[in-house]
Structure formats: structure tokens, C-alpha cells
Ligand binder design. Sequence first.
Ligand code: TZP
Ligand code: MG
Length: 216
Amino acid sequence: MNHKIARLQFITHSTAQSTPAEQARQVLEGGCQWIQLRMKKHCDEEILAEAEKIKALKVSFNFTFIINDNPKLALQCGADGVHLGKQDCSPIEARQLLGDKFIIGGTANTIDDVIRLTEQGVDYIGLGPFRFTATKENLSPVLGLDGYQRILEEMKAQNINLPVVGIGGVEQSDVDSLRKTGLHGLAISSAIWQKASIVSTTKEWLQAIEQTIIST
Ligand code: TZP
Ligand code: MG
């Protein structure tokens, strides 16, 4: 199915200052239309409770709601999709459970990952990390701009047209150079939730992304 994949994706991060649902409300107020609920250190009940709060925001905001790691939870809470890493179940298994109406995304670090995920029917790819980030443990090798250029060129050569979002340590000053590689968009966590005003930071990100003209 042809799902709309947002160019700015916000990934929640549980902190002492704010819950994922509080972060979600603020990025939505700033105009972001994609929330990925990522709660690595919580049990299913806690994730479901937070997911309910985020889903309730759909009354006021139009956005795509993605659950990290677990397709069963995505189904249970009526999210729009799931994001799968290498340690999670395969996209094929997730598709069997969720069907075509749900969005399935996958994490890639190499062109081989991209090819495998494409064959397994994902709707978009999160390619990273761009640079080191403390947000994720067990980080894969950092790709840098060179890595993105190499992988996106190889995708083009192999006629792989899936939307790719850059992830991992991305800052606003990277938007221009990263979008020029042919990336569809960016998935951001700390460079939004760490800022004093999540609402105005989100607006800045959206402006930066929308102003970037890509030739592809
Ligand atoms: N996967 C690869 S890097 C990353 C994830 C979930 C974390 C991105 O967070 P940040 O804070 O934008 O670096
Ligand atoms: Mg995962």
C-alpha cells in the first residue's frame, strides 16, 4: 500500500522532565505529523498506557502513530504501524500479523540491510546512525555523510525507491547536506525533546526540511 511517510518523524524518549505523551503533544502543536513511541525500558502495560494517551491526541491532531519494536502492541493499541530493528521480528512476520493497512518500517545500517528490508516488504527505511548518539544503546557503525551518499546511490543504481529517513545524532544544521543525498526525511529525538521549547523547535525543523529543495 502507498502510505504517506512524513518527512519529519519524532521519536519519543522517556525523561525525568517529560513523558512521551507530553512530548508528543508538543511536537504535534509544532506541526509534526509523525510520532514513534519508543520506550525501551518499560513493560507492555506501561507502553500501552502511554500509547492510549498519544492516540487520544488524534482528536485534535492529524498524525501517523508508530510503535517501536512490537507489532503485537501496535495491533493491540490501534496504532498506524510499527518500526522494527534488527533484533525485532522480521517484517514478513509483522506483515502477516498486521496486514497491508499498517505501516511497517525497518532499520538499516548497510546496503545489504536495505535490500533485505525491501524484499521483506517494508514501507520505509530508517537509515543510520548518521553520527554518534547517546539516545540508542548498542549503536551500529556511524555512517556519516559519505555512508549516506554511498548507500543512497547504490539504492538508485538498484532501482530501490523506498523512502529513506536519516536517523541518529542528526542536528538542524545537517538538514541541507543530508537531504541532498536523496533522503526522504529525518527521524529526530534528542534534538527536539532536549530543547527548552519543543513546540518552536519542531516548527524550526519543519521549516528547515520544507525549505530544502531536492533535485531527485
Ligand atoms: N536508532 C538509530 S539512532 C536512534 C535510533 C532510535 C536514536 C536517534 O535519536 P537522536 O537523539 O535523534 O540521536
Ligand atoms: Mg527495535
